[in-house]
Design a protein around this ligand. Structure first.
Ligand SMILES: Cc1cc2nc3c(=O)[nH]c(=O)nc-3n(C[C@H](O)[C@H](O)[C@H](O)COP(=O)(O)O)c2cc1C
Length: 146
């Protein structure tokens, strides 16, 4: 059996996005995936990224709640190592309305060379249910390698 391996990189100020990353890791492990690392975007573990088939990148929505929403930490995400040949999935945590945050995050991650297979916005007060949904969708969208 081929075991898919994921690395999870998060940008987090008050901990929600980090918690979401840890929940995603636990859920993926329950589904039989390997986790090569869970680390902050600003302290990326190079080996974890290198060894992963899928790199999961999460951040939080910053804005004025009804306008100006954007992924926080795009500069740090843009500075991640190139990820050519890897799949990627994205998530953002939010309080009210993520607007186009995921689109902007996906663009940045695509620019690193990864193929983005999808992303989910996770409400900060529903992280257990929304991270389960993220993992279910990820598994449904990742082609299993022969
Ligand atoms: C300065 C600031 C601006 C925010 N702007 C928005 C926003 O525009 N829309 C929204 O839905 N949530 C907004 N939030 C809520 C955060 O996105 C949410 O609490 C998120 O889960 C924080 O992630 P963290 O705990 O990993 O830092 C904002 C939070 C802060 C601190």
């Amino acid at each position: 059996m081929v075991v898919m391996k994921a690395a999870i990189l998060y940008e987090s100020l008050t901990g929600n996005t980090r918690t979401a990353g840890e929940m995603i890791a636990a859920n993926l492990q329950q589904e039989g995936w390997g986790i090569t690392g869970v680390c902050p975007v600003r302290k990326p573990e190079m080996a974890a990224i290198q060894d992963a088939d899928v790199v999961i990148i999460g951040t939080w929505v910053h804005g004025l709640f009804v306008v100006g929403q954007a992924p926080w930490g795009l500069g740090a995400i843009n500075g991640l190592p190139a990820m050519r040949g890897k799949l990627a999935a994205t998530y953002c945590t939010f309080a009210l309305n993520p607007a186009k945050t995921l689109d902007k995050l996906d663009k940045a991650v695509s620019f690193l060379g990864a193929e983005v297979v999808g992303g989910v916005a996770l409400h900060r007060s529903r992280l257990p249910a929304h991270t389960e949904e993220f993992v279910a969708r990820l598994i449904a969208n990742v082609p299993v390698r022969a």
